[in-house]
Structures are given as C-alpha cells and as structure tokens.
Ligand binder design. Structure first.
Ligand code: SF4
Length: 263
C-alpha cells in the first residue's frame, strides 16, 4: 500500500483508534472488524491470492511497497510534529529494550505463564487418545440415535473449550511480558489508562476465559479431574498474582471493547 492510501485508511473516521492494541487478535470472533484499521489493512492484503505466495515476485514487491509507504508516512508524521528522527539514539533504545525484555522474561509472573503454557501442551499431548475415544463414542451414540441434540452440543462445547485454551495459551505470557515492560512516563501521565495496565488487562481476560474453558473440559471429562484441577489451580494463582502486580489493570478501558469513541 502506498503512503497516500495508507494515510487515507489511517484517517478514516470509521476506525476506532488503537482498538487493536488491547484486543486478543481473534479476528474471527471479533465484533469490531468493521471498525479496526489493522483488520482492514490485513484484509486488503489478503484479497489477492498472490499475496499468500512467498515465492511470487508480486508478494515481495507488495511487502517492499508497504514498507516504503509506512516509512514515508512515519517520516511525514515526525516532520509535522517537529521530531528529528536522526537525533534519536536507536542503539541506546535497543539496549534499553533488550534489558527490559530480559527482566520481564525472568520475572516470576512470566515464568508462571510459561509454566502454564507447558502444562497445556503436556495435557493435550497426553490426552490425544481421550479426544479420539470420545469422538468414536459420540459417533457410535449418534448412529444409535441417542440424544442427538445433546451430542451435538457436547461436541461444540469440546471444540470451543479447546479453541479458547489454545488461543490464549501463549498470549497471556506475551501480554504479561509487555505489561511488565513499564513505561514510567506513560504511567505518570495516566495511572489507569496506560499501556502496562492495558496489556495486563488483556492477559487477565485471557486467564478468565481459559479458566472458563478448563471448567467446561472438567465437566466434559470428569475422569480428568485431578489433572485439570492442577491446571486450574495454577491458572488461578497466576491470575491472582497478575491482579496483585497490576492492581488497576481491570479498570483500564479498552478502546471499542470497554468504551466506544464519541461519534
Ligand atoms: S480489534 Fe478485532 S478485528 Fe481488530 S485485530 Fe483485534 S480482534 Fe482483530
């Protein structure tokens, strides 16, 4: 996309500013696709099948064009705001970011989220046969004409719970890491509406929904009670620790999802 088209999109009033910064990136389930700049840009790229083909020249030309358009637009914005991009010490910023990333990675919350992620992988790997067996049983029951509506509902619940768990499994650690990389100036400007709280809130929502999904799996697979309760306990502790570390995170208002802009 060239600079002018990009500019037109960015200035389009139908988009909610910054909505994609504090969402869960689950566009398939999002009610705000029509108001999201990120979605519009990604879908404009997806319209053309050539844009999926890494081996096509058109794909790389498109990437280059987008990059040039974005850089040009950034330069223009910087110029309008009187920012001299050459005076920014990028090496120092990079060093700071690396330090802050390392600190966030070694933080107890990130470690706990990493542990959760591994528990999830382990559980699904260990229970591959459980799902296969349940599927076979359900098909058999269906063929016998046993309570088809209940079976369909059960299958839907299994799929939904699994999708939710898998979707948020890694996202919560990424968001916790971002929340831990606090920008003190941002926090001083607004104690509630800052990026750290926003990121922590997205992580907390991921935990809430994952806890709900594990609860459903617990009901659907009662024979897995012990293993699922271990995971639930871990996740609940992680949620409590996250709330304690970011006590104002739940009060953060996510653009679009928690608060709509004035028309
Ligand atoms: S706001 Fe919705 S449409 Fe936009 S990136 Fe997030 S999930 Fe996708």
């Amino acid at each position: 996309m060239d600079k002018e088209n990009l500019k037109k999109l960015v200035q389009d009033p139908r988009f909610i500013s910054g909505i994609f910064n504090y969402c869960d990136r689950w566009c398939e389930r999002c009610l705000f696709t029509a108001r999201c700049l990120n979605f519009a840009m990604e879908n404009e790229e997806l319209d053309d099948p050539e844009n999926h083909n890494l081996e096509s020249e058109a794909f790389w030309e498109k990437i280059e064009k987008n990059l040039i358009g974005t850089i040009e637009l950034l330069r223009e914005i910087a110029e309008e705001q009187g920012i001299d991009l050459h005076s920014i010490d990028t090496a120092e910023i990079e060093q700071q970011e690396n330090r802050s990333q390392e600190e966030a990675e070694s933080h107890a919350l990130s470690q706990s989220a990493r542990r959760y992620s591994k528990m999830v992988d382990h559980w699904f790997k260990k229970n591959e046969l459980l799902f296969e067996q349940r599927q076979r049983d359900m098909i058999q029951e269906m063929e016998l004409g046993i309570e088809q509506a209940r079976l369909i509902n059960e299958a839907k619940n299994i799929i939904d719970a699994t999708e939710v768990i898998r979707w948020y499994q890694h996202q919560m650690r990424i968001k916790i890491m971002r929340a831990l990389q606090r920008d003190e100036t941002d926090i001083e400007e607004d104690a509630i509406q800052n990026d750290s709280n926003g990121s922590a809130k997205v992580a907390l929502i991921a935990m809430d929904r994952s806890i709900g999904a594990w609860g459903s799996l617990h009901e659907l697979f009662p024979e897995q009670t012990d293993n699922i309760l271990d995971i639930l306990l871990h996740l609940d502790r992680l949620r409590k620790k996250t709330e304690a570390t970011f006590p104002d995170a739940r009060r953060f208002k996510r653009p679009g999802f928690d608060v709509l802009p004035l028309e």
